[in-house]
Design a protein around this ligand. Sequence first.
Ligand SMILES: O=C(O)COP(=O)(O)O
Ligand SMILES: [Mg+2]
Length: 227
Amino acid sequence: MKSNSFNASTFDAAIVDLDGTMIDTLGDFVVALNLMLDDLTLSHVTAKDVESMVGKGSEHLIRSTLRHVRGSDADETLCDAAWQRYTHHYLAINGQHSAVYPGVIEGLEALRAQGLRLACLTNKPNDFAKPLLAAKGLDGYFDFVFGGDAFERKKPDPLPLQKTCEALGTSPARTLMIGDSSNDAQAARAAGCPVVLVTYGYNHGEPIQGVDADAFVDSLAELGRLS
Ligand SMILES: O=C(O)COP(=O)(O)O
Ligand SMILES: [Mg+2]
């Protein structure tokens, strides 16, 4: 951890991002998107293409994918058809091409052992996020799981973090945000939450070290060594 400013007693709770922070879901995204593209008789995307488009929710991912393969913005009819096919395929393969990152279980165990309440806050829709956490054995760590459709606006807007703090009953200043992208960091800054970023996730194709955050960790297991 590249900061000495954290101590477990500084926090009452932590809000943890999902994709790119706890679970490497790139494989699921690529498989579901390419099945969708097959249905629409469009050409495929690669993992490298998808990595820079993940993080702003499924609608954004689908629109970005359609723009990438067609070279122009898709109209609403195509977006609606794509959304239907994508949802169908994603639900069928959810978690099959994904893996929990090393150190995640250790980090979550340590945060719980230090008495922190935990919430998962992701831009992934609720219907994708909840079964995925359950399939990977992570659901039991969280008092709350909020997807990208849980609130009126998504990260990087601060609203989802403010609402999650309200649900946890904690003040933003004592609630640590743990994420992998500028989305998480911007939302945390605007909500007044301290923020730690992992160095291994998806940051819209940009180096994570360039993002304004309080600390960076190579593994969530490092969070257990804060005290
Ligand atoms: O855009 C997504 O679906 C992933 O979002 P997350 O990084 O907030 O979990
Ligand atoms: Mg993420």
